[in-house]
Design a protein around this ligand. Structure first.
Ligand code: SF4
Ligand code: SF4
Length: 383
């Protein structure tokens, strides 16, 4: 066998424990198959931040020597299986350890498998996933994306389902039998063992052919080389802002041309410009200075800067004027204000559908309005 590698791509902090559980259980289970392995996070991703894409790895080998050889290269340059635990990262990831946008399947080997937790079908996911020159397989774990926090872990068995799916798509890495034994031993939970088994039995994968998928060229930029760096530590300030998109009215703040934050977010704000009372709170409170002040005094969130924190939604005093909507609903980063000014009726219909749909679906994190948490708790107590 030589050496096999798995990467788990996750959103920093929100999914840190989930990713760690997956890679550690792979190594524990591989030992039951008589193999040896190691699990580790990527140094460049630490310390993790909320929502920033990050990676953990599990490497499994037949012998200690083979494992040592593979560890001589610090980070795997290709993997047999990529596990993506948030489907919004299918659009690509930009972590602390990468400059520009990295396709989610960048490291997946020819013939390897990308496993994604998602409520979407394969066709929708493939629309977002960048094309490769070589074939690979796509397997979906049908589930709502699991988000937790720094101090809490939502033990909803997403880790177990990922492990069951892994045993199905790559049995040469770890057998189902070994995984079941190891999970029983590590957790003493029959429910978790059963989750692994069920995910294994239900997982199917679909081949993705070369050239299938998103054809966009991922955003990238060149870092200065040693010889082109300026002497000393020079951090250039951003240029001052100007009027709205270069005009004389409104205001567009200066923004970094190379640091884009959009791969950080799993949700984005959708604005109802008709009900906005121009109170300025979203503009003042946004931690990333995302809002352009438009020439008519409204506030347009710039989707290349928005990290999806949801603060604007929380502070907006007008019901449903700002609603966080899952990134899976969008394909581009175009201005909502431009769309609204071009066709107000069309924009409002599109927005209403999205907002209503969002209310019906389970949010991965955050709350729609101040007091939503208390409402949820009392609804649970009444149930
Ligand atoms: S979600 Fe709202 S407050 Fe947060 S970064 Fe985006 S625009 Fe700013
Ligand atoms: S917080 Fe809401 S009402 Fe106030 S300016 Fe922003 S979008 Fe408009």
């Amino acid at each position: 066998m030589a050496t096999l590698a798995v990467e788990v791509v996750y959103r920093g902090i929100f999914q840190k424990t989930l990713a760690r559980n997956i890679v550690r259980h792979i190594v524990f289970a591989a030992r039951k198959d008589g193999k040896i392995g190691t699990a580790f996070g990527r140094y460049g991703d630490s310390p993790e931040r909320n929502g920033i894409p990050a990676k953990q790895f599990a490497i499994v080998a037949d012998t200690p020597l083979e494992l040592e050889e593979s560890m001589a290269v610090y980070e795997a340059s290709s993997v047999d299986v990529t596990i993506n635990v948030d489907d919004t990262m299918c659009k690509g990831i930009e972590s602390w350890a990468w400059y520009g946008l990295q396709p989610i399947n960048e490291l997946t080997k020819p013939g390897g498998t990308l496993i994604v937790t998602s409520r979407q079908d394969a066709a929708s996911l493939i629309e977002d996933i960048h094309q490769k020159d070589t074939p690979y397989n796509l397997a979906i774990i049908p589930s709502t994306v699991s988000f937790s926090g720094l101090w809490v872990y939502k033990d909803d068995h997403t880790d177990m389902r990922a492990l069951g799916a892994l045993c199905k798509v790559c049995p040469e890495l770890v057998s189902l039998e070994a995984m079941l034994k190891s999970i029983k031993e590590q957790t003493d939970s029959d429910a978790k063992v059963s989750s692994v088994q069920r995910a294994h039995d239900r997982t199917t994968s679909r081949p993705v052919e070369p050239g299938e998928g998103n054809s966009e060229t991922p955003f990238s930029f060149d870092l200065p080389g040693w010889k082109t760096m300026e002497e000393g530590l020079v951090i250039r300030g951003l240029p001052a802002g100007t009027g709205f998109r270069g005009g004389e009215e409104g205001y567009t703040p200066g923004r970094s041309e190379v640091f884009k934050k959009w791969s950080t977010r799993s949700m984005r704000p959708v604005i109802n410009f008709d009900t906005c009372i121009k109170c300025t709170l979203c503009w003042l409170q946004c931690p990333d200075t995302c809002f352009d002040v438009t020439s008519d005094g409204l506030y347009d969130a710039n989707m290349e800067s928005c990290c999806g924190c949801g603060v604007c939604e929380a502070v907006c005093p007008v019901p449903d004027c700002v609603t966080m909507v899952s990134e899976t609903e969008f394909t581009g980063n175009d201005s909502q204000w431009d769309a609204w000014t071009a066709d107000k009726d069309g924009y409002n219909k599109w927005m209403t559908v999205l907002v209503e749909k969002q209310k019906d679906e389970t949010r991965t994190h955050g709350f729609h309005h101040v007091g939503a948490y208390a409402d949820d708790i009392s609804a649970m107590e009444d149930a």
